[in-house]
Ligand binder design. Structure first.
Ligand SMILES: Cc1ncc(COP(=O)(O)O)c(C=O)c1O
Length: 392
């Protein structure tokens, strides 16, 4: 490999949320952090080089965005996903969640209901509640082999409600790791078209997809699907740049793009910062080789965890994620509350995993492990989990 993902990185000095906020979130600082979704890998050297060039300019005033900035994101989307984005429909946003928040606050009627598919990234429910809108959950279900599926009957039953006018899609899905197949997306799209439902498609994980699976952009299904969709993506998750706070939103309806732009303007958050400006473009124009190696390394981590759990902790069930670097652990065979499992993981195992119950009511028994770190950390984490499970 050209890039070294085994390299140990000291993130305490990095003032990272992942390493420095465990006391606040878990009551202890001395845990192995396998929670919040960023990676313990240095970003690609090709990105660092552009950031160093920016630093060398020694001036960090307001920046102006060159066309090449959006062009790099458009070309990446076309090349990797055959997703055509019109230059006039793409806009910067400080983050995917800020985009969703702004849309919900300004585009959605107070009486509108908004559907999400739980378990899902907690800020989805959070932004709906914070914008005083009504939340509707289409719960994902597991088949007899444990694979995560969409309950289409329930999806359509909920879609029929005249007040259900918005759906927030997570593709690839955090936390269950599904990369929704074209047919599944088309089935959701058909229902949304039939009942006049608008879609916010959060595709922030789209680059992190494992061999044998293919990401399809929701808006790329057809022109009519594109018209009902607002797409969100970024290079931040892919290249470990989340602290730079930048993302893209695609609004095919001109009046909505203009309204969104005006709302960003009112908050004075229209511009990139000098580092996100160069980092995002470098990621999309020079980061592909790094990403391909990263994916190989991450899949090695996933396979390691699955193999270890199957051989040594059979009470714990895991379905291999198709994408993301998140592994969704099912501890329900232990017949214990999440509170008790959490206490044991923290106090005995000294390992920080996300408690599944924060992703939705149905996730009792589940915990999420972030495996985007050097393999020695993953090995350490899984043996800590093993010790805890065997002691319970
Ligand atoms: C599905 C999903 N959307 C959005 C985000 C965060 O995006 P941003 O930092 O751009 O708001 C995350 C972070 O983990 C995520 O998992």
């Amino acid at each position: 490999m050209k890039y070294n993902f085994d390299k140990k990185v000291d993130r305490i000095k990095n003032n990272s949320a992942k390493w420095n906020e465990m006391g606040k979130n878990f009551g202890h600082n001395d845990l192995l952090p396998m929670w919040i979704a960023d990676m313990d890998f240095e970003t690609a050297p090709e990105i660092l080089e552009e950031m160093k060039n920016k630093l060398d300019q020694k001036i960090f005033g307001y920046v102006s965005r060159p066309d090449s900035y959006y062009q790099s994101a458009i070309e990446w989307s076309k090349k990797r996903y055959n997703y055509d984005i019109d230059f006039s429909s793409i806009i910067h946003s400080p983050g995917v969640i800020p985009t969703i928040s702004i849309v919900l606050k300004n585009f959605v009627k107070d009486t509108d209901k908004i559907m999400i598919q739980t378990p899902v990234y907690p800020p989805f429910a959070g932004t709906v509640k914070n914008s005083d809108k009504i939340l509707v959950e289409n719960e994902l279900v597991q088949d007899s082999d444990g694979n995560w599926k969409i309950d289409f009957e329930d999806f359509e039953a909920k879609a029929k409600d005249d007040n259900l006018n918005w759906f927030i899609l997570c593709n690839p899905h955090n936390p269950v790791g599904r990369v929704w197949k074209r047919e599944e997306l088309q089935k959701m799209a058909d229902i949304c078209l039939k009942y006049n439902i608008r879609v916010i498609s959060d595709e922030i994980w789209r680059d992190l997809v494992y061999k044998g699976h293919e990401f399809t952009a929701f808006a790329s299904l057809s022109k009519e699907v594109e018209d009902i969709t607002i797409t969100c993506f970024s290079a931040t998750k892919t290249f470990n740049l989340a602290g730079l706070q930048a993302s893209f939103a695609v609004f095919p309806r001109k009046e909505e793009l203009e309204l969104f732009d005006a709302k960003l303007g009112a908050l004075d958050i229209k511009r990139n910062n000098p580092f996100s400006l160069v980092a995002m473009e470098a990621a999309f124009s020079k980061g592909e080789e790094w990403l391909n190696e990263l994916l190989e390394y991450l899949e090695g981590n996933v396979d390691f965890v699955i193999d270890y759990v199957q051989k040594n902790i059979p009470k714990v069930k895991i379905i291999k994620p198709e994408g993301t670097y998140l592994v969704w652990f099912d501890f329900s065979e232990l017949n214990l509350s999440n509170k008790d499992i959490s206490k044991a993981l923290i106090e005995e195992g000294k390992v920080a995993l996300n408690d599944g119950t924060s992703f939705g009511n149905t996730s009792s028994g589940f915990f999420r492990m972030n495996i985007a770190c050097p393999r020695y950390m993953v090995q350490d984490a899984i043996t800590r989990v093993e010790k805890v499970v065997k002691s319970l």
